[in-house]
Write a protein that binds this ligand. Structure first.
Ligand SMILES: *[C@@H]1O[C@H](CO)[C@@H](O)[C@H](O)[C@H]1NC(C)=O
Ligand SMILES: *[C@@H]1O[C@H](CO)[C@@H](O)[C@H](O)[C@H]1NC(C)=O
Ligand SMILES: *[C@@H]1O[C@H](CO)[C@@H](O)[C@H](O)[C@H]1NC(C)=O
Ligand SMILES: *[C@@H]1O[C@H](CO)[C@@H](O)[C@H](O)[C@H]1NC(C)=O
Ligand SMILES: *[C@@H]1O[C@H](CO)[C@@H](O)[C@H](O)[C@H]1NC(C)=O
Length: 298
């Protein structure tokens, strides 16, 4: 009898408990305006714990300070114990600093793993790790970069799906580096949503993130990712520039696999720059790289 009474009273107790929680504003329910990363610390370079898609509910439990995003340095800890920037949340009227408790001084720390690396090829550094993601920076071969985390879930380049996030807050394909970094010293980046510069630009004030300014596309630069093709002729000559009057620098043999960086159109004839930094006529390959519209002009 006593137990039955208790069971009957229980739902009421729960309702009261929630009502009491609401009056002390334990959480604020809002939603993500667009895809947004929920990070292990409130800074753009921190790894992701998870992400919210546009429209997903975000229940905020406390506020802290971190990377300035456009006009706010406020970040909110969600009930999943990770941090989202206030800028990406739809509720732009609540004063979170009075409605929620401060997460504490320790929450403002930025703990990053770092490792140096050098690019072997011309490389686009992208806002997320696939070639359909926007380019944040164009980096020349031999550029030194600082890596901060890795993901095994990027777009496969030749045979390698690993991409690395740099302290320029963008991703480069591992295939474009001289050597594979020792990822045991680096954090995994966590799940990465599709991001767009249009919605996640850092105009006016994230200088501690963008250590290297997003360079304008340099003259004569080949924005590129690598593709592999196979020589379909007895041999294929690789020239110092994309014309037959240029010096021959290399000779590839039949069925040799060659990696391409980008395309050149010389008076209606298609050429490609290889990873040996010389040019081969596309007719010498089994494949037609110019038909792959995603390979970019040199
Ligand atoms: C957010 O809080 C509301 C109300 O407490 C709850 O119904 C909802 O399940 C929570 N959502 C998430 C994603 O935590
Ligand atoms: C809040 O967001 C709404 C919808 O995006 C917008 O119309 C409004 O101007 C914003 N208010 C402030 C104070 O930014
Ligand atoms: C950035 O600063 C410029 C110049 O002060 C201003 O015109 C522009 O509106 C600012 N952009 C944002 C998103 O606040
Ligand atoms: C490209 O490389 C992948 C992985 O090594 C291989 O499976 C594929 O056959 C290659 N394609 C060509 C055209 O050589
Ligand atoms: C390309 O065409 C232009 C004009 O017809 C000509 O002057 C030039 O020599 C050609 N270049 C090559 C590499 O054939």
């Amino acid at each position: 009898m006593g137990l039955q009474l208790l069971l009957r009273a229980l739902p009421l107790l729960l309702v009261l408990g929630r009502a009491a929680g609401d009056t002390t504003a334990a959480t604020i329910e809002t939603f993500a305006d667009f895809n947004t990363e929920c990070k292990t610390c409130p800074h753009s370079l921190c790894p992701n714990a998870l992400y919210y898609s546009g429209g997903d509910i975000v229940n905020a439990t406390c506020w802290t300070r971190g990377t300035r995003i456009i006009d706010t340095t406020l970040w909110l800890r969600s009930t999943s114990n990770c941090y989202v920037t206030e800028y990406d949340l739809s509720d732009n009227t609540t004063d979170y600093t009075s409605a929620l408790p401060y997460c504490g001084r320790g929450s403002e720390d930025e703990d990053l793993t770092l490792e140096d690396a050098t690019l072997r090829y011309k490389t686009e550094c992208r806002i997320c790790p696939t070639i359909s993601c926007d380019t944040v920076a164009y980096l020349m071969e031999e550029t030194d970069v600082e890596l901060t985390c890795w993901t095994p879930d990027g777009q496969t380049i030749i045979d390698d799906p690993y991409w690395m996030k740099t302290t320029n807050n963008c991703y480069v394909a591992q295939k474009n580096l001289y050597s594979k970094p020792d990822i045991t010293y680096l954090d995994p980046c966590g799940p990465i949503p599709l991001l767009e510069i249009e919605k996640h630009f850092n105009e006016n004030g994230t200088s501690e993130v963008d250590k290297r300014a997003a360079a304008p596309e340099p003259e004569g630069f080949a924005p590129s990712y690598l593709i592999n093709v196979t020589v379909g002729e007895d041999y294929a000559l690789c020239y110092s520039c994309a014309e037959e009057t240029c010096d021959v620098e290399m000779r590839y043999v039949f069925n040799q696999e060659v990696w391409l960086q980008c395309l050149v159109d010389t008076n209606g004839t298609w050429w490609s720059e290889t990873t040996d930094f010389c040019y081969v006529k596309n007719l010498d390959f089994w494949e037609s790289p110019e038909g792959d519209c995603e390979l970019i002009y040199c």
